[in-house]
Design a protein around this ligand. Structure first.
Ligand code: ADP
Ligand code: MG
Length: 356
């Protein structure tokens, strides 16, 4: 080995040590640069978007923290009013009533969510599809009557499902249905979109940190409560007892900074037909409910992405779902298979967020 080569090896080692030390100093420095004096305000549980919502804001004074909590709640209500199918006045309800007879003009946030939804349909080979409305309704009615839908009923609903049957005009910001009877359902993405809107509004209102929890879909940003370096988020065990009550045990605890987490599963929302459990998530390729996973948790930067991907992976199943998430940057998944096994699998990067 010549002299030059002999010098290179130690230089690389010293360089690597320096980079590690610098990274450590910068990371710790950044965490400690949160003001020591910080106040937390929180909303308590409120009912919005058909579920329980909790907003927490951290600010350098109490007044700002309180105002930011109200700002977050306001945004969630706003998004719910625009996108809920349970509100006849929402833009989505209007689309569902009118978009076959004429192109319906929508506001920017609604147009954005529709476009993002179609992007997710393409990314997931159609597993995520906001046009599943007719199949969601059919299976819900089947649950109410306790009779499985007939082949004909399924075929008729299926003909009205498919994201490629949505016609957009980007210039005019309109949407139209190519087939009569189509129905949009934003249940798989609106909560995430609401959470991201709330986070943005809270930051603009002066929050240096915050957490928004909409029925277990959560985003945390910036500084956590005083005395903490990260936000702790517990994931429920996806089990129900004989009475259908959800387990209070935690599967695991995540420790996060500036991340969103969404969980989709069949353990909280499902219908029973003849004693068999049917998830509220529809697999558009089988026209029946998604099977195989009792809980899918996605960790991503934005709640919109985490929410849509959690729904999509529930449909895709463990193998295809994990392969997709491994491919996506800054996105991780923790899956738990259906009972009785309840087997946990996850992407390689998920471990870093799990509290030891
Ligand atoms: P949760 O509402 O329990 O948090 P999700 O985020 O997975 O769970 O959303 C499920 C909802 O999404 C369903 O109730 C329905 O409104 C809608 N949905 C069902 N199947 C699909 C699908 N394949 N793609 C997109 N949305 C779906
Ligand atoms: Mg979802």
């Amino acid at each position: 080995m010549n002299k030059k080569a002999k010098c290179i090896k130690p230089a690389i080692i010293i360089g690597a040590i320096l980079v590690t030390v610098l990274y450590f100093i910068l990371t710790v420095e950044r965490q400690q640069s949160w003001p020591k004096k910080r106040f937390t305000a929180e909303s308590g549980y409120r009912e919005i978007m058909g579920t329980f919502v909790r907003v927490m804001a951290v600010a350098t004074d109490k007044q700002t923290a309180l105002a930011c909590v109200e700002e977050g709640i306001k945004q969630l209500k706003l998004v719910d009013n625009l996108m809920s199918v349970h509100n006849a006045e929402s833009q989505i309800s209007r689309i569902n009533r009118e978009a076959y007879s004429q192109a319906v003009k929508v506001t920017e946030p609604v147009f954005e969510v529709l476009q993002r939804s179609v992007e997710y349909s393409k990314l997931t080979d159609g597993a995520f599809d906001i046009t599943v409305g007719p199949l969601v309704d059919l299976w819900q009615q089947a649950g109410n009557k306790n009779i499985k839908p007939t082949e004909d009923e399924i075929a008729s609903a299926k003909a009205k499902v498919g994201y490629e049957k949505l016609v957009f005009d980007t210039e005019k910001r309109t949407v139209r249905f190519a087939v009569d009877g189509m129905q949009l359902d934003l249940g798989g993405i609106a909560k995430g979109y609401g959470i991201d809107s709330a986070a943005r509004a809270m930051q603009q209102a002066g929050a240096i940190g915050g957490m928004i929890d909409v029925g277990g879909d959560i985003r945390c940003f910036g500084a956590p409560q005083r005395g903490k370096q990260k936000w702790s988020i517990g994931l429920q065990e996806p089990k129900t007892d004989a009475k259908g009550l959800v387990s209070r045990q935690l599967e695991l605890v995540l420790e996060l900074v500036n991340k969103a987490v969404a969980t989709s599963g069949d353990y909280r929302r499902f219908t029973l037909i003849d004693g068999q459990k049917y998830s509220h998530i529809i697999n558009p390729s089988t026209s029946s409910s998604a099977e195989g996973l009792s809980s899918v948790t996605i960790i991503a930067e934005k709640a919109t992405d985490a929410d849509a991907l959690a729904t999509a992976v529930s449909v895709m199943g463990a193998e295809k779902g994990l392969a997709l998430i491994e491919r996506l940057a800054d996105t991780e998944a923790i899956l738990i298979s259906s009972g009785p096994e309840f087997k946990q699998t996850k992407t390689t990067g998920a471990e870093q967020y799990i509290k030891k």
